[in-house]
Each structure stands twice: as C-alpha cells, then as structure tokens.
Design a protein around this ligand. Structure first.
Ligand code: 9MR
Length: 379
C-alpha cells in the first residue's frame, strides 16, 4: 500500500507574546485542553488561586478528590462533595473537566484491596465506575480509566491486587465498564516513566505501547494514552518523547500530557532552563495533531505534591500568585506555531507530522525534499 502522501511542517518563528494573551486564551485558540490538577486551598489563598486557575487554564482535574478512597471510602457509600466543588467551579467558569481516576492500585480503601474473589472484585469495580462516571456524565470530556498498571523498568504488568486477583483483563473490563457508563467520554490509559523511548523510560514505554496496542486490537474502547510527565530539570529527552507520541498516534490514539511538573531549585539559571523545558514539551504537543491535552500537576509551586520549597510548576506564590518564566515558555510555544504546511499535491488523508524543515524560494515554500508546500489552517 502506498504510504500516506501528506506531510506537514510547522513554522516556529513568531516572536513571543509579551503577556498580551493569557495562557488560557492561547490554548483556546489552538484547541488544547490546557489544565491544572486542582486542590482548592482555604482562607486567603483561595481567591488568588481560583482567579489564576480560571484566567490561565481552560481545564481542571481533581488532584485527589475523585480517587477511590475519597469517593467510596465505604462500600457503596459515595461522597462527591469535594469533587463537586471543583467540578462546579470549573464548569461555571466555562472550563473543561478531566477525570482522574477509576482504577488504580493506590489511594484505594482496604475494603477493596482485601477482596480476594475475582468476580466480586470485578463487580465492585463496575459499580464504582458506574457511580462515579454516572454522577459526572456529560461533565467530563476525558477519564483516566486505568492508572499505572505497567511495572517500573519493565514491559510487564505491575503485580497490583487488581492484576493478582483478576488478571491482566482487569484493564479490558475497566474500559468496557467506563464506555458503557459514559459513552461520550474519551477513555485514557495513564502512566508515568513511560514518556520517552530512551534511557530509563524505554522499556516501560514499550510496555505501555504493547498494552494499548493490544487493547486496540481486541476492540476495547480506548481513545488515548496519558503521559504523566513528572520530570526533573533536563531529565527527559524531547526527541524520544516525540517519537513515542508519533507511534502512539499511529495506533489512532490521542496523547494527553496528564501530570506535568519539572522539578528544580530556585535560581535564575534554573528558572530559565525550566522555561526552556516547558516550552519544548508544549512545542512537541502542538506539533502532534493528536496531542490535545496538556495538564500541569498543580497551579502554583506552593501546592505541588513535591512538597515545601518545590519549584516545579508555572506559577508561584499563594496570597499573590505570579507567572514564572516557565509560563512564558508555554505562551511562546503555543503562539510560535504560525502555520501548518501541506505538500501541495498531497492527496487527502491522515495528517502526519513529518519534519520541521522547509525553505522559501521566490515567495513559495518547499520542504527539504523540494516539494512545494501550501499553508493549512492550524488544527
Ligand atoms: O498529587 C497527589 C498527592 O497529593 C497524593 O498524596 C498522591 C497519593 O498517591 O497522589 C498524587 O498524585 C499522583 C497521581 O494521582 C497519579 N500519578 C502520580 C501523582 C503524584 O504522586
């Protein structure tokens, strides 16, 4: 079969916007779910937090409030109070809500992890998904259905109680239950340390790739892969993450950057390097047509799960919250995409990212193989 004829190349030459538009406005203009993990603070910290969240982000995800131990601590007794507060704030500010998560081995009450019978555990899983997805049906555009099921440094499954009591098909069941409970929500497999294809992440990312490609082959309703992206400064290989994104896209799956943070310490040099790191990851996302979600794991450093003194996110402060250089990295990356180019005589088909190289000659644009390009609207 002939290879797909379309190529695109993306110009990244526009100057940065100097605060003219918020990150939310920029993300809206490109159709990106740009969000933050949310834990609502109390007292004087609440108002500045809420205004930063609603002005700079178009998407929220509950950092902890939708997890099993917080929604069904007692069997079949559901409590959505904390999560509802976040969902209500988010939707009333015209933002999107992402769901985290249905099935995880952590933050699960003992009454679940102590169940030894396969059928009972499947029934409990189904009920939990039905209740949680049902309560928020129509309000959540995308759910993390299964979280962290591949073992670290391995292509095999984590030996969680889910895996041990049910078997690997607990994942298939979770996706089927989720799809039946909310057929319109996008369904994601989410994991960490599986972002790139080199170094310590190479093996695990292949494990995740094998898992999701198997789900697709078996007709399980999965829409995307969540790359959590908890990084240290300069601790990732952008090119290999791009390659992993491309192979995931080739399966027909979306990519969601679900929990990004980049840990460093508070020096001018490190904050500038952190900005460059954030910029490179958002640039990757906007260059991949199926990367539509980009979430940082918190709004401001003070609330990062990395603890006191964390320097990992885009904003700093509590009673007054200000943008860090990293926030400019995001705006430069989004506003830097000025156009998308298509090979002039390309047949219609799936748009694939190819390479960024192009040159101008006598007022026309050519790719590095000398084929004439035409500009397309940015997707
Ligand atoms: O940020 C979350 C922190 O407040 C919780 O104490 C912790 C409990 O395990 O979970 C953190 O969020 C995790 C997320 O739910 C799944 N991926 C890893 C995140 C960081 O640990």
């Amino acid at each position: 079969m002939k290879r797909i004829a379309l190529l695109i190349a993306v110009s990244i030459s526009m100057p940065a916007l100097s605060g003219a538009q918020t990150l939310r406005q920029l993300a809206d203009s490109r159709g990106i779910h740009f969000g933050a993990a949310v834990t609502l603070p109390t007292g004087a910290n609440l108002a500045p937090y809420e205004s930063t969240l609603s002005q700079q982000f178009n998407t929220s995800v509950c950092e902890n409030a939708m997890k099993w131990q917080n929604t069904e601590g007692t069997r079949n007794v559901f409590n959505f109070t904390a999560a509802d507060a976040i969902v209500d704030f988010t939707l009333s500010h015209g933002m999107y809500m992402r769901g985290h998560n249905f099935v995880w081995h952590s933050q699960v009450p003992g009454w679940v992890s102590n169940i030894t019978n396969r059928d009972t555990l499947l029934a409990v899983m189904k009920n939990h998904i039905n209740q949680l997805a049902g309560h928020y049906k129509g309000k959540i555009y995308e759910w993390d259905v299964v979280n962290e099921a591949i073992a670290d440094g391995s292509t095999g499954f984590r030996t969680s109680f889910w895996y041990q009591r049910i078997g690997a098909d607990f994942i298939d069941s979770a996706f089927v239950y989720a799809h039946r409970a909310d057929p319109n929500a996008l369904l994601v497999y989410n994991d960490y340390g599986a972002e790139g294809m080199t170094g310590s992440t190479a093996t695990k990312s292949t494990g995740v790739y094998n898992l999701v490609s198997g789900l697709k082959t078996r007709g399980i309703p999965i829409n995307g892969v969540g790359l959590q992206s908890h990084f240290n400064l300069n601790g990732f290989d952008t090119a290999s993450i791009g390659a992993n994104m491309s192979r995931i896209e080739a399966l027909g799956l979306n990519i969601s950057i679900t929990e990004l943070d980049i840990s460093t310490s508070n020096t001018t040099a490190n904050l500038d390097a952190q900005k460059a790191n954030y910029k490179s990851l958002m640039t990757l996302c906007v260059h991949h047509p199926r990367c539509k979600t980009f979430i940082t794991w918190g709004v401001n450093d003070a609330q990062s799960w990395k603890g006191a003194g964390a320097v990992a996110l885009l904003f700093t402060g509590t009673t007054t919250i200000t943008a860090k250089p990293a926030a400019s990295g995001i705006s430069e990356a989004i506003s830097g995409v000025s156009s998308v180019w298509q090979v002039a005589n390309g047949r219609p088909g799936v748009l694939r990212q190819s390479h960024l190289g192009r040159f101008e000659l006598n007022g026309s644009m050519f790719d590095l193989r000398g084929r004439k390009l035409v500009a397309l609207p940015v997707p």
